[in-house]
Design a protein around this ligand. Structure first.
Ligand code: ADP
Length: 177
């Protein structure tokens, strides 16, 4: 039987850290289903379709990677898609407590569900979509943090002036950026 895992997340946008986890996962699993969470309330930078398309583009030559969007309970979506193994990434310090809660809750909801944590390369261990978003929206370069197609897409969707204006209007600014 095919050994398949699901890698769920917001991927808003997908970063080099996510790509690192997917590549590591491919060493263990025959197939990885990247499951993009539909979360309009979180005010995503990219629409669900844009996020799915972006990941599809990055892995267009890798037939072992599949991408779908989902809403509702992850355990149900995983079951519908023929897997009960979840992959998540674990970064330095910050992820542990939240991930521990999620894994145990998912196990409670579906006892056959197992969650596997993978550590990215050191260079990605402090990288998050949120921080990438902040840097980008303040007019900074995200070239070192995201795959090429993501940088291009973001640049096309938000010109430099537009993004800085949006950021100012929202009154959002990360502490020290
Ligand atoms: P979520 O909204 O579910 O946290 P994310 O897109 O932020 O979605 O992250 C999806 C998964 O990828 C999570 O398990 C997260 O810990 C992991 N992840 C995010 N960024 C990195 C990174 N730089 N290195 C390794 N794992 C990461």
């Amino acid at each position: 039987m095919e050994n398949k895992a699901i890698y769920p997340g917001s991927f808003d946008p997908i970063t080099n850290g996510h790509v690192d986890i997917i590549r590591r996962g491919l060493k263990i699993f025959d197939r990885i289903l990247v499951a993009v969470l539909e979360n309009p309330k979180k005010g995503p930078l990219l629409t669900t379709k844009e996020r799915v398309d972006m990941i599809g583009k990055i892995f267009k030559d890798q037939e072992k990677v599949e991408v779908k969007s989902f809403h509702g309970l992850l355990v149900e979506f995983a079951r519908e898609n023929g897997t009960n193994t979840v992959i998540r990434g674990l970064r330095a310090i910050s992820d542990f407590e939240y991930e521990f809660q999620m894994a145990l809750m998912n196990r409670k909801l579906s006892p056959e569900m197992e969650t596997l944590y993978m550590m990215p390369s050191l260079e990605f261990s402090f990288l998050s979509s949120n921080l990438v978003k902040e840097v980008f929206m303040l007019g900074g370069s995200v070239r070192d943090f995201v795959p090429g197609p993501v940088e291009t897409k973001l640049g096309k969707k938000f010109g430099t002036k537009k993004r800085v204006q949006i950021q100012q209007k929202a009154g959002k600014n990360a502490g020290y950026l």
